[in-house]
Design a protein around this ligand. Structure first.
Ligand SMILES: [Zn+2]
Length: 193
């Protein structure tokens, strides 16, 4: 598998790894990767609906409040100043909604990356997160009709659910098997020390 398909970008800093050797390090942040490193990247289309709804709601609500405030200011002259202040405050929400929408548009897609020392993942709009293999256990692929989720437990304390990343049951199963293999390898390595 080509590096571009296997590991299109660095899971730590999301810098593109296109054109680099099979096993090397990220030119931006120095994260090492090897021939066995690979990642599954979700499509951003799945977040598209949420982004647009937030933009529409973020702009529609201030517009409704601005209109109501201005109409009230015309109808009730006594409180005119107050209603104009309300209208201005709501107008300030419009660029904020637009900024949030842009931020989500530019955010990297969700992914799961299997590296030699641990797993990197990103869920929705959170930061890229990293866990060492020795802290990962109970890897479970959950394939339901509409969602393909990979669940794993961290230090037997809390669970991570990675979805919107896998395109097929086969992808999900491959990721689970690969993770299981690495977790076992690291447990074995630890027990020898
Ligand atoms: Zn990097």
């Amino acid at each position: 598998m080509e590096l571009a398909d296997r590991l299109p970008f660095c899971p730590r800093c999301t810098y593109s790894l296109t054109g680099l050797p099979e096993a090397h390090q990220c030119p931006e942040c120095g994260l090492p990767y090897d021939a066995e490193s690979r990642m599954w990247v979700g499509s951003k289309k799945k977040g598209f609906g949420v982004e647009w709804v937030s933009l529409i709601v973020g702009i529609a609500f201030p517009l409704i409040f601005i209109t109501v405030s201005l109409l009230t200011a015309i109808i009730v002259p006594t409180y005119r100043d107050w209603f104009i202040v309300f209208a201005v405050l709501h107008a300030a929400l419009v660029p904020f909604a637009f900024y949030q929408w842009r931020r989500k548009q530019q955010a990297p897609p969700p992914f799961l990356a299997i590296m030699s020392d641990g797993v990197w993942y990103r869920i929705n709009f959170s930061q890229n997160k990293f866990l060492l293999w020795k802290h990962v256990c109970d890897i479970k692929p959950i394939a339901k009709r509409k969602s393909l989720t990979l669940m794993f437990t961290v230090r037997s304390v809390w669970s991570v659910l990675v979805d919107s990343v896998f395109e097929s049951k086969c992808d999900l199963q491959t990721a689970a098997t690969e993770m299981e293999r690495r977790v076992q390898r690291h447990q074995c390595a630890d027990s020898h020390v």
